[in-house]
Unconditional design. Structure first.
Length: 380
């Protein structure tokens, strides 16, 4: 009989799991362990509206304190998990040990730390994982500030857009041959390259960051082509947080390795959200999106209570940059051709990905109608 469920992580996936457990009738103890000293809140606005100061901190919160009291969900707001003891079924924190019958890992992502030799003596290195990171970065984003963004994925591009909108000067470097190299076809990358260039972002592709050196109040950044930049701050991306699982002997593969039900290699430990890696369409898959975090966490909650429901992701994503809204449906991996169609509105476009004659994904840029039609066609 399950009496105690501990959830490591107080973000979107952790909250979705806790809420679904109560909705499904679980009457036992639920304890969420967070590491930020804050109640669960939205993270997508951190690189967009919140970073721009257009969204107040109070509006980030998912639920007020009354909700957690009425649902009898305990939250330890500043009690990061230090160790998982799978033998005695306990999560060790600086304040003690939380025993569990079932454990859910919803730890999200951690910063990609720059090498210590590169970061030594540099204060203005920012990792946009949480609200505290955004709060540190916001004062830097001012008219005339010089910012280096490392990584040309969607988060990096969103940070670049927000920074330009407040008047900061932005250089974005991407080690891969082009921005969005892993996640989008060239037409989508070209759209965003043109968009950012038109807004004054200096995009350098196929070039990495090789060194940082204090230069008075500024920083000298050296790139792989031996060029240098004088900057005020550097922003770096994130990757899955799997250190806790690895230390506990759990299997990992780009994230916590889980089966189709959400179980890790320990049958009493489950994982959901950005940190979970699972097999889908014969490939290991890890999805970073709010809809996925909610869906997978709710599946895990049901399966802990005995449903035994295989998880089938319904992949869709979004990104806001300047006045452009990107909506993505499906997985584009393994596509053998991509077609471009112009939308009705000026500046709108849809990139469709095919395997043979089968549509597998779309990138819709300011084209909400095509996005809705594609979601239905893809069964999402």
């Amino acid at each position: 009989m399950i009496k105690r469920i501990v959830i490591v992580g107080a973000g979107q996936a952790g909250l979705a799991a806790a809420t679904k457990l109560r909705q499904e009738g679980f009457q036992g103890a639920i304890t969420m362990l967070g590491d930020e000293g804050a109640m669960p809140y939205q993270r997508p606005p951190l690189s967009k509206a919140y970073l721009l100061g257009k969204l107040e901190a109070e509006r980030l919160s998912f639920r007020n304190n009354d909700f957690f009291y009425l649902q009898n969900i305990g939250i330890c707001q500043n009690e990061p998990a230090l160790e998982i003891d799978g033998v005695t079924k306990g999560v060790v924190t600086a304040h003690g040990r939380h025993l569990y019958d079932q454990l859910i890992l919803a730890t999200g992502a951690d910063p990609i730390k720059l090498p210590a030799s590169m970061a030594e003596g540099i204060d203005n290195i920012f990792y946009l994982r949480n609200k505290a990171d955004a709060d540190r970065l916001r004062p830097i984003l001012r008219e005339g500030a010089q910012l280096l963004v490392v990584g040309g994925g969607y988060i990096g591009l969103e940070v670049a857009a927000a920074s330009r909108q407040v008047g900061a000067q932005v250089t974005l470097v991407e080690m891969a041959p082009r921005i969005l190299n892993r996640v989008a076809a060239e037409p989508t990358a070209s759209y965003f390259r043109r968009l950012h260039s038109s807004q004054g972002v200096d995009i350098r592709e196929g070039i990495g960051l090789t060194g940082l050196k204090p230069d008075g109040a500024a920083i000298t950044a050296t790139l792989a082509d031996e060029s240098t930049l004088t900057i005020d701050a550097v922003v770096v991306g994130v990757r899955p947080n799997v250190g806790l699982a690895e230390a506990a002997g759990l299997a990992t593969d780009g994230g916590f390795l889980v089966d189709e039900f959400g179980r890790t290699s320990d049958p009493s430990i489950w994982a959901a959200g950005d940190c979970a890696s699972f097999s889908y369409q014969s490939e290991m898959t890890r999805i970073e999106s709010v809809p996925h975090a909610i869906d997978q966490a709710e599946h895990v909650a049901r399966n802990i209570l005995g449903a035994e429901l295989p998880y089938r992701p319904r992949p869709w994503f979004w990104s806001h940059q300047y006045s452009t809204k990107l909506q993505i449906a499906g997985f584009n991996r393994g596509y053998d051709r991509a077609t471009v169609s112009q939308g009705i509105a000026e500046g709108s476009m849809t990139v469709s990905y095919f395997q043979g004659e089968r549509l597998i994904a779309v990138d819709c840029l300011n084209d909400a109608r095509s996005f809705m039609l594609a979601k239905r066609q893809l069964g999402l």
